[in-house]
Design a protein around this ligand. Structure first.
Ligand SMILES: Cc1cc2nc3c(=O)[nH]c(=O)nc-3n(C[C@H](O)[C@H](O)[C@H](O)COP(=O)(O)OP(=O)(O)OC[C@H]3O[C@@H](n4cnc5c(N)ncnc54)[C@H](O)[C@@H]3O)c2cc1C
Length: 462
């Protein structure tokens, strides 16, 4: 019997697990995939938003502004790449100038510090590659960039080091109310009991809420396609450059990433299928048109990959975070969910304490992570040439909480395979290291869990 079961190991489940690991409560984190951070957390813009977008008074606005103010410190403690680079929203005509002014006023009401409206010339002075057609801009110096999946991985690692248990390949398909709390059943038959349940299942949070009889909301997928440029292009702009938002979202941006690449996108298209992560010709064309309008000389020849993330758009227009009988929903956590995650963790902790969780703190809580150290000589063998990642770093990723078990898991923890050749050179070596470290046959090594085996059979027996 656990005190708390968290369903879904994205950044929201992860940050809540870390927050709860400060207390004398036992926590289990159940995740349907082979690894953590495989949902929206693994494919988004990675922007720590300042907090002027969300409607004043909304939970989104409150969580965003608080989350933004907490992020720098948390990232530093967890060793996650973060940079307070600031953001700018650019306008191209009088109507958009009015939107910039409205965003400024909303930001001030939301409590966003240091916001400034700039003329087109002032904007060009601080960001020379901006289009000459800009008429005004909103500068938000408190915005930042962070590696989103690293934040989730590190927060889950911290929670595990402090006693939380992670169960992967554990798809929740049943939730029953019991005398003392809840019984949660997974598709493979495993059963878990707890006093409290926290639903952080992203796109499936509506389904999980329905299983527990705590639903009443819907979540639909809105796809966002991206193009990612090589690190050579990472310094084209310093600020995150947004266009003025529309009712479909914050629009197509041009931004450096926390790891030094340049990210272009996302598109914003409502779709039906919660698993449809295709990139499309129309989507990529839309990105090209969008970025060329706001920034000059975007080096499209430097694009090394494209990908799609799916937003969890909730039916209420706000984050759906509520508690009833010890069951907490975190549904509809679309953007700025990443930014809000530290604040949501505190909010959910307070809901659980309100529902009866004992607020006794551990004396020996470690806010950071324990990193496994490989033999020193392993750090001298470079496996990923593009990103200069050593065998030692890969071994460390496989043995540090939460352990990497597949190629994508190693990639997201070390960046091996994230460079210009996209794993063309290093992938076979990474597969060999995974097989050796986890005592697997090479044929059992997967890209991202069962069904994605890299090799189909042997061509030569030795
Ligand atoms: C295109 C795009 C751009 C974005 N840009 C930004 C940004 O710049 N800044 C920002 O602040 N936010 C941004 N966001 C929002 C941010 O990414 C999300 O708010 C955040 O990642 C949500 O985290 P989560 O943990 O709720 O969801 P997820 O990361 O989706 O995690 C949910 C987890 O639940 C698991 N799960 C689902 N069903 C089950 C089940 N039955 N049993 C067990 N596990 C289950 C899933 O496998 C998944 O791992 C963006 C999102 C998208 C898609």
């Amino acid at each position: 019997m656990y005190d708390v079961i968290i369903i879904g190991a994205g950044v929201i489940g992860g940050m809540i697990a870390r927050e709860l690991s400060k207390y004398k409560v036992s926590t289990a984190l159940l995740e349907k995939e082979n690894d953590v951070a495989r949902g929206a957390t693994g494919a988004n813009s990675g922007i720590v938003h300042a907090g002027f977008d969300a409607k004043e008074g909304s939970l989104k606005a409150k969580m965003n502004v608080l989350g933004c103010s907490l992020m720098e410190d948390i990232a530093k403690t967890l060793g996650v790449h973060y940079r307070k680079n600031g953001s700018i929203v650019v306008a191209f005509d009088e109507e958009q100038d009015a939107t910039v002014k409205a965003l400024y006023e909303r930001g001030v009401k939301n409590g966003v510090p240091e916001l400034r409206i700039l003329t087109g010339d002032e904007a060009m002075e601080i960001e020379p590659k901006l289009s000459k057609n800009i008429t005004s801009a909103l500068l938000a110096p408190t915005a930042g960039i962070i590696c989103p999946y690293s934040l989730a991985i590190a927060s889950i690692g911290c929670a595990m080091d402090n006693g939380a248990s992670l169960f992967t390949n554990c798809e929740v398909c049943g939730i029953e109310k019991t005398k003392d709390g809840y019984k949660v059943t997974a598709k493979d038959g495993r059963a878990f009991e707890s006093r409290f349940v926290v639903n952080c299942a992203g796109l499936y949070s509506d389904k999980i809420a329905d299983l527990a009889g705590k639903g009443g909301f819907k979540v639909h997928p809105r796809s966002g396609e991206y193009m990612l440029c090589d690190k050579d292009a990472g310094e084209l702009v310093n600020l995150t450059v947004f266009k003025v938002p529309t009712k479909m979202g914050k629009g197509i941006l041009v931004s450096p990433t926390a790891d030094g690449n340049l990210i272009l996108g996302p598109t914003s298209t409502d779709i039906e299928d919660k698993e449809d992560r295709r990139t499309t010709e129309e989507g990529l064309e839309q990105i090209v048109r969008g970025v060329n309008e706001s920034v000059d000389d975007v080096p499209l020849r430097a694009v090394i990959t494209s990908f799609t993330g799916l937003r969890s758009v909730g039916s209420t227009g706000d984050f759906i975070i509520n508690e009833s009988e010890g069951f907490v929903n975190c549904g509809g956590v679309e953007s700025p969910g990443l930014t809000s995650s530290p604040a949501i963790a505190i909010y959910v902790r307070n809901l659980l304490i309100g529902a009866g969780m004992e607020p006794d703190l551990k004396e020996d809580w470690n806010p950071g992570r324990k990193i496994f150290k490989a033999e020193p000589k392993k750090y001298g063998r470079i496996i990923c040439r593009c990103e200069t990642i050593s065998e030692g770093e890969i071994i460390s990723a496989i043995h540090t909480n939460p352990p990497a078990k597949d190629i994508d898991g190693v990639k997201k923890r070390t960046r091996s395979g994230m460079g210009r050749c996209q794993g063309g050179f290093c992938q076979p070596f990474v597969a060999e290291i995974i097989a050796r470290e986890l005592s697997l046959d090479l044929l059992q090594v997967t890209k991202s869990g069962l069904g994605s085996e890299l090799l189909t059979g042997r061509t030569k027996e030795v």
